[in-house]
Design a binder for this molecule. Structure first.
Ligand code: NAD
Length: 343
């Protein structure tokens, strides 16, 4: 906690429901710490602690760069999301969230669903990203995808000297919620879209919707001959094995934690591959949840998300001026906002 600058780490245990959870509050300098609850079958408690510390720190940076008055937090529940869930567990967890009196606001994440959020909401008001029929802001994915699209265009402006994506070869890895909305934008602009997913029915559905898509097998994504690679599946796809194979000039996608390790940023720089930092360009979902808390509508969220274009351009420029990686430049921008807010 000291090394990464966390404020608080809460261990939660409920014997009756089997709940074992941790809530990480990295920073409340800019506002309440907001971040989803992940349910994952961690091998041990150490692994869960590391994950909650890393994820909550990432949320601080994401909110700070997006200009939101939110801090960074995240929670993890240890368990198998397919077999270990119960209403009692999420209600017990909701009471722990409530005990923090709004210092931490939760939301959905990997392994948790709308139903789980509804159970949490029965015990606390400090839950966001609820379905529209519960007064929430609904699916954040279209907003996230729009921000990724804006970030990609800013990256294209920097790398290719034009933000026009018409004719550009763009590979979208993971055509789930974010990936498929991103493809809608790319197709309307006339990009040449390549798709990859491990779930064949998703591929088939998209091939029916759009003509002219090129399908890339999941095992050959890294070596695909494209201009832009958009990781929109899981994190860690930029690593020591994939980076030497890449043929793209720009990476801009929606997945969280795309760099497997910090040193992978240097690997990308060594290969002159530009990288639009994930936590900068995938902030649309967080902006949408912020709108829900503040009582603003979807139009406001989309308008704010449009700013990701300017933010990404500024980060590329700062990185070039200061001879830094774009990831480092984005972190510095976040840290600057945090230190000016706390001094
Ligand atoms: P999703 O589950 O709807 O879609 C993910 C897709 O990736 C699925 O179709 C899955 O089959 C596919 N996939 C998984 N492994 C793959 C692989 N190895 N190769 C190719 N495809 C693979 O998830 P989502 O909501 O679209 O989120 C995608 C990513 O964006 C995640 O990393 C998520 O954390 C991040 N993100 C999402 C949001 C949001 O608003 N949904 C916001 C910020 C960040």
């Amino acid at each position: 906690m000291q090394e990464m600058g966390h404020e608080q780490l809460v261990y939660c245990h409920d014997e009756a429901s089997g709940l074992k959870a941790m809530i990480g509050i990295h920073s409340t300098v800019l506002g309440p710490a907001l971040g989803g609850t992940r349910m994952w079958n961690y091998k041990n408690e150490d692994e869960a602690v590391r994950d909650v510390l890393r994820l909550s720190q990432g949320m601080t940076y994401k909110a700070a760069v997006a200009g939101l008055n939110l801090g960074g937090g995240k929670a993890v529940i240890i368990g198998n999301s397919r077999t270990d869930k119960s209403e009692a567990m999420f209600k017990a967890y909701g009471r722990f969230v409530n005990s923090l009196s709004g210092k931490y606001i939760t939301a959905e994440d990997v392994g948790t669903s709308k139903t789980d959020m509804a159970w949490i909401a029965s015990e606390t008001a400090h839950v966001s990203g609820l379905p529209e029929n519960m007064g929430g802001s609904g699916d954040p994915s279209p907003v996230t995808a729009y921000g990724v699209y804006m970030g990609m265009k800013a990256g294209a402006q920097t790398v290719f000297g034009t933000n026009d994506l018409a004719g550009r070869r763009v590979l979208v890895q993971g055509i789930g919620n974010v990936g498929s909305y991103l493809i809608d934008h790319l197709i309307s602009e006339g990009a040449k879209v390549y798709i990859s997913d491990i779930y064949d029915p998703a591929i088939e559905a998209l091939m029916k919707k759009y003509q002219g898509l090129t399908v890339v097998h999941p095992s050959t994504v890294a070596e695909a001959d494209v201009d832009i690679y958009a990781p929109c599946a899981l994190g860690g796809t930029l690593n020591s094995e994939s980076i030497p194979l890449l043929r793209c000039s720009l990476i801009a996608g929606g997945a969280n934690n795309q760099l497997a390790e910090e040193s992978d940023m240097q690997r990308l720089m060594d290969r002159s591959i530009a990288y639009a930092p994930d936590f900068v360009i995938n902030a649309g979902g967080l902006i949408n949840v912020y709108a829900e808390i503040k009582g603003f509508n979807r139009d406001w969220a989309m308008e704010q998300t449009r700013n990701i274009y300017q933010q990404t351009l500024a980060i590329f420029e700062q990185a070039s001026n200061d001879q830094l990686s774009t990831n480092k430049a984005a972190i510095q921008l976040a840290q600057k906002r945090l230190s000016s807010a706390s001094s």
